[in-house]
Write a protein that binds this ligand. Structure first.
Ligand code: ATP
Length: 761
């Protein structure tokens, strides 16, 4: 055995001992959590005092959460070690663990003490002499990578055990599984800056394809939850992605980091009860996303607050109740002046109108009595009646209540100031040429909006529904009373919770930070709902932090909706302006963010591409310089195994030749995954050539919109000219398509290759 092999064997042996011991600590922690859970359940169901119940619930859910977390970190529990010049070693892992003496044995990757593992460089080692990556298979240490910052500072023994292969490159060479994995072991310094950036304010992460924007944003979510758990568990974290396929692709990253309480959604799903299933054409998308749609909707609501053409006349039991036109106008203006949402202002309007109708009823009654000409002997009874002015407040209230029960009165109110739901307002608006014409501000091409009344909702409609909900408001007085009562209850719950923490000693174990968090979790006693569940179901939920991925695709109207979800304006905005595919999307970050944040946002740039090898990136750079010359392509971190190529294939032979080509490519990537990216128009036809597959299937056929944010070992781009021509952003679409591959790229074309791909000719 050479000295070096000897050193490696020794190092593996040493690390194995540490790692086995750490797994043992993990098992002990799990057993303890399980035992506590069993014990809590054994104490019975809903019997006992309220305090006992709260105590049981608190312990049970907390231990269950802890167990989930402990189970999630089984794979790759410990992945790194840093050594300082004093001979001190620190192990870094997915979770923090302590030894029997309560001394720290494994440091959570998010803790400040772990930071040096990610940021130390040869020029600025920050006191480290070595950084070591540990590669585990199950619980076995199978490999070690060392980076030495100070050879002199290391002991003789350690110098012998030095091992080196860049951990990052090893991670990047791994075949894709169809799901994004976490990268805790290999976070790069520029990504670490993004991940650990403060919670306050908005952080924009701009970077080319494959620069790790998504992965960094997700690790940032885990970091923020760890660092600000009290705030964020209470308010929740929302991740907004471009489509449900993408959400499935990234769905395992946070659970693998032990974080399960994050709400993930798309713009099309952000209005509870509505699922956007259709897509808008580029022109309609631009108009729907235009910020002037907010004015149009506000005007559409005003148009639903009508005054009758002449006087308001309601026929009731043979009486004609007449409210003069001017009175109706005055009532409407008074109700508008309170500046409440439509449905709330309606209450005021109806109350006032009913009073006027009650007076009108009295007048009508009086007139009818006069007509009958009551002649009585007693002279004082022959005085003209004045029923209207005889009505006092109580009479008016009673009369109003009675009138509100009359269908004729309801009908009249429905005509003048109807109660509206967002869906009704938007559906009726978008299918009425006359209303659109009347409500649209100058210069907005409202004709693009026209559609059938029962047309399915699109993702572009969802921000309109949300805007409408704001303008209409809901009558939430009952909910507010309940909330006030719940607030009183909360104080009581907190007291119980604090007692629980003290009594059980759980607080000392550092599992809970705050009694109010615990109390809030139990305010929903019996429903079993978590913060994430409650937040996802509530349109008006105010999140503690929002992460928007592929943020360049969002329209100004979608931004208005997102900003409503995060009043504290604590956001991570992740995207690439060079990949904007939606005609309604962003051209600059300032243009979409300044209206909400007035320049109060900071930007980090990621410049290194971890996905696409140099050879493929050269092709992508040609596309970028033709269609978005102001944008810089990122620099690839590695060389590829194969030159990208173009294959000519007549459309008539696609059915036969494409599966053949895909088969060859699949054979090249072995266990890896392959994505076929097509123009929208070819998607159905090409999909039909392959067994239907989701992300885990070896072959997936996608449009560019669906492929956004995803990656595959091999990519076959079909009909690049079709992609270029399918929308005003076709150039950006082609850039997205050719940057999805981690190893191999093939472009299939029928006619001449578009000039931007001439490198492949
Ligand atoms: N530090 C890292 N260690 C290991 N792998 C990494 C690292 N950073 C990024 N990667 C890998 O690079 C690939 C691209 O990352 P990601 O999808 O986050 O990029 P992106 O910038 O969001 O790309 P796009 O703009 O195309 O959506 C992923 O497979 C990711 O796991």
């Amino acid at each position: 055995m050479t000295n070096r092999q000897d050193g490696l064997a020794q190092a593996l042996d040493t690390e194995q001992r540490t790692v086995s011991w750490l797994y043992n600590r993990l098992d002990v922690a799990r057993d303890r959590a399980q035992a506590t859970l069993r014990e809590v359940y054994a104490r019975g169901g809903t019997s006992g005092t309220r305090q006992a119940m709260v105590e049981r619930e608190a312990l049970a859910s907390e231990q269950a959460r802890r167990l989930t977390q402990l189970n999630a970190v089984e794979r790759g529990l410990c992945f790194g070690r840093i050594d300082d010049g004093e001979g001190q070693s620190t192990y870094i892992g997915r979770i923090g663990l302590r030894d029997e003496q309560h001394e720290s044995a494994l440091i959570d990757w998010r803790a400040p003490a772990a930071r040096q593992f990610y940021v130390a460089t040869a020029t600025d080692p920050g006191g480290l002499v070595r950084r070591r990556h540990l590669h585990l298979k199950d619980r076995l240490v199978v490999g070690i990578d060392d980076e030495v910052f100070d050879l002199e500072g290391m002991s003789e023994g350690d110098r012998h055990s030095l091992v080196g292969e860049a951990a990052l490159l090893a991670a990047l060479r791994r075949g894709r599984t169809g799901r994004m994995g976490d990268v805790v072991a290999t976070i790069q310094t520029e990504q670490d800056r993004v991940i650990r950036s403060g919670l306050q304010g908005a952080l924009v992460v701009q970077g080319g394809p494959g620069t790790g924007k998504t992965v960094a944003a997700l690790h940032r979510a885990a970091y923020l939850l760890y660092t600000h758990r009290a705030t964020l568990e209470r308010r929740g974290v929302l991740v907004v992605g471009p489509n449900s396929m993408f959400l499935r692709y990234i769905g395992q990253v946070l659970p693998a980091l032990g974080e399960t309480q994050v709400v993930m959604t798309t713009v099309g799903e952000m209005f509870p009860g509505v699922r956007a299933v259709a897509a808008d054409g580029p022109s309609a998308a631009v108009v729907k996303g235009d910020v002037r749609m907010a004015e149009l909707l506000a005007e559409a609501v005003r148009l639903r607050q009508r005054a009758p053409d002449g006087d308001l006349v309601v026929e009731l039991d043979g009486l004609r109740l007449r409210v003069p036109h001017e009175t109706c106008v005055r009532l409407r203006e008074r109700a508008r002046a309170v500046r409440l949402p439509h449905n709330m202002a309606r209450k005021l309007y109806v109350t006032e109108l009913l009073k006027d109708l009650a007076k009108a009823e009295a007048r009508a009654l009086e007139e009818s009595l006069h007509i009958e000409e009551l002649v009585v002997d007693e002279p004082e009874l022959n005085e003209p009646l004045d029923l209207e002015s005889d009505l006092d407040e109580l009479d008016l209230r009673l009369a109003s209540q009675r009138l509100w029960g009359e269908p004729e009165v309801r009908l009249a109110v429905e005509e003048l100031w109807p109660e509206l739901t967002p869906r009704r307002l938007v559906a009726e608006l978008l299918s009425s040429q006359a209303t659109l014409w009347e409500a649209a501000p100058m210069g907005l091409d409202w004709r693009e909006l026209l559609r059938e009344p029962d047309a399915p909702w699109t993702a572009g409609d969802v921000p309109l529904l949300d805007e409408a909900a704001e303008l209409l408001g809901e009558d939430d007085s009952a909910r507010r009373v309940a909330a006030r009562e719940a607030g009183e209850e909360q104080a009581e719950q907190e007291l119980y919770a604090r007692e629980v923490l003290d009594a059980t000693g759980v607080a000392e174990q550092g599992i809970f930070e705050r009694a109010d968090v615990l109390a809030e979790r139990h305010a929903d006693e019996g429903s079993g709902l978590t913060t994430a569940d409650r937040a996802a179901a509530d349109r008006t939920w105010a999140y503690g932090h929002v992460i928007v991925d592929e943020a360049q695709e969002l329209s100004p109207m979608a931004w208005r909706m997102i900003m409503r979800r995060v009043p504290a304006k604590s956001l991570t905005v992740v995207g690439d302006l060079a990949q904007t595919g939606s005609a309604a999307g962003a051209r600059t970050w300032g243009e979409v963010l300044d209206p909400h944040l007035e320049g109060r946002w900071r930007e980090e740039r990621l410049l290194v591409n971890y996905r696409t090898p140099v050879e493929i990136m050269r092709v992508a750079a040609d596309v970028l310089s033709a269609y978005a010359p102001e944008q810089e392509p990122p620099e690839s971190v590695r060389e590829g195994e194969a030159e990208p190529r173009a294959v000519r294939m007549p459309a008539s032979e696609l059915a036969e030749l494409l599966p053949e080509l895909v088969g060859q490519e699949l054979a090249e990537v072995g266990e890896g995954r392959l994505g076929v990216v097509t123009p929208d128009a070819l998607h159905a036809q090409v999909s039909g050539l392959f067994p239907r597959g989701d992300l885990d299937a070896p072959v997936v056929v996608l449009t560019v919109v669906q492929a956004k944010g995803l990656e595959f070992d091999a990519v076959v781009v079909v009909d690049p000219s079709g992609i270029l021509g399918q929308s005003p952003m076709g150039g950006q679409d082609l850039y997205v398509a050719v940057t999805r591959a981690t190893r191999r790229l093939t472009v299939v074309h029928e006619g001449d290759l578009p000039p931007v791909l001439s490198r492949l000719a």
